[in-house]
Design a protein around this ligand. Structure first.
Ligand code: SF4
Ligand code: SF4
Length: 365
């Protein structure tokens, strides 16, 4: 049996949904795009300050690289969570997929009766993982800039084995969005500027992970999202017809607004630590939950958010004040005035004073 087929057979036995091979060549198509973007304002944010040559040349990341085995596991599941992107509503996949790829490499060595050098990557090296998957034929890139497999859609966890083993490569799939534009038409914040062009800094998914003080426009763009945004993914016809959760060994984590508003930063529940949602810290989750409640004008959470004015982080106190003023200005005004008198962080005291003044002006005070 050809090594290419053997790899796929072993991968299927390990419950890896898709497995394709590509060579060590440069990602020329993506290099051109990044070179163009580096000169305009739509540089893809997750790769900020990174070297284009490193991003687009997989050979940089493994000595004597010959082939790359790209593996994908689907995490489609029934229903969506309005507050969380699908990929964080299940257990963190990194260790899960690394284990599968370790087993795959071991099985191949055994079946081929020879050892080879390899290195496993799961969402960790500074190369373009999605582009490698495209080149290997796992899927095509849709107009929403996501990787799409015609049968499984775009809820795919990706991992790679870089190896010095020579394996026949697979061919990329043809682009297949046709005349569809649903993703672009359904992006509530107009972050998809045109086909295949994402303004990453305007995208809700990015903003939910952005630290620091957000502008008023950015807060509005967060909308009801606590982590990530799947709007342009959920409307895609390929995801609507995709088979459901194949990564069935992974635990489901499906929580709502109240859960996040009740979080105690110093004592995070154990199930949260097992998800990919905590990598930016807990403060940002509580901030986003308060902003989501504010954007939804959720009066029932007013008192819960009011308690956050006692948090020992001035950032949390600031966003609590802002959210309360947004949910119910009249009720919040007195509460915030009292809080300002006690606020001991000078910088944030001024920031809270400023938002109160701005809100008063909006309400004609
Ligand atoms: S993730 Fe959300 S905000 Fe970002 S492009 Fe898609 S629909 Fe727009
Ligand atoms: S929604 Fe339509 S245009 Fe957008 S990625 Fe899916 S198929 Fe392509």
């Amino acid at each position: 049996m050809q090594i290419n087929n053997l790899v796929k057979e072993c991968a299927a036995k390990l419950n890896i949904d898709l497995c394709r091979i590509t060579d060590n060549g440069e990602l020329k198509q993506e290099r051109k795009i990044l070179e163009k973007r580096s000169k305009d304002k739509y540089w893809p944010q997750p790769f900020a300050n990174q070297d284009i040559a490193e991003l687009t040349n997989p050979a940089f990341h493994f000595p004597n690289l010959k082939s790359i085995i790209v593996a994908a596991v689907s995490y489609n599941k029934n229903g969506t969570n309005p507050f969380l992107s699908n990929y964080v509503t299940i257990e963190d996949y990194h260790v899960y997929l690394e284990n599968k790829l370790e087993k795959l490499a071991a099985r191949l060595q055994k079946k081929l009766n020879k050892s080879f050098n390899y290195k496993i990557f799961v969402d960790e090296a500074p190369f373009l993982e999605k582009a490698l998957a495209r080149k290997a034929g796992i899927g095509f890139i849709g107009k929403n800039t996501l990787l799409i497999n015609p049968e499984l859609g775009s809820n795919l966890f990706l991992g790679e084995i870089f190896t010095d083993l020579e394996i026949t490569k697979d061919q990329p799939l043809a682009d297949d969005c046709g005349d569809c534009r649903r993703c672009i038409d359904n992006c509530q914040v107009d972050a998809l500027k045109s086909e295949y062009l994402l303004a990453a800094e305007e995208c809700t998914a990015y903003l939910t992970q952005k630290k620091g003080i957000l502008s008023e426009a950015e807060i509005k763009k967060i909308g009801h999202h606590i982590w990530g945004c799947d709007d342009c993914k959920d409307v895609c016809p390929y995801n609507k017809k995709a088979d459901k959760l194949t990564a069935s060994e992974l635990m489901i984590f499906d929580k709502g607004l109240q859960y996040f508003l009740n979080l105690e930063r110093k004592e995070l529940p154990e199930e949260l630590a097992n998800t990919a949602i905590t990598w930016r810290g807990s403060r940002i989750l509580i901030r986003n939950a308060m902003l989501a409640a504010a954007n939804l004008k959720e009066l029932k959470y007013f008192n819960l958010i009011k308690e956050k004015l006692n948090d020992n982080s001035p950032v949390i106190r600031y966003y609590a004040a802002l959210s309360l003023l947004e949910i119910d200005f009249k009720e919040a005004k007195g509460v915030i005035e009292k809080h300002i008198a006690q606020e001991n962080n000078k910088e944030y005291k001024n920031k809270i004073k400023n938002i109160l003044a701005a809100k008063e002006e909006n309400h004609g005070y």
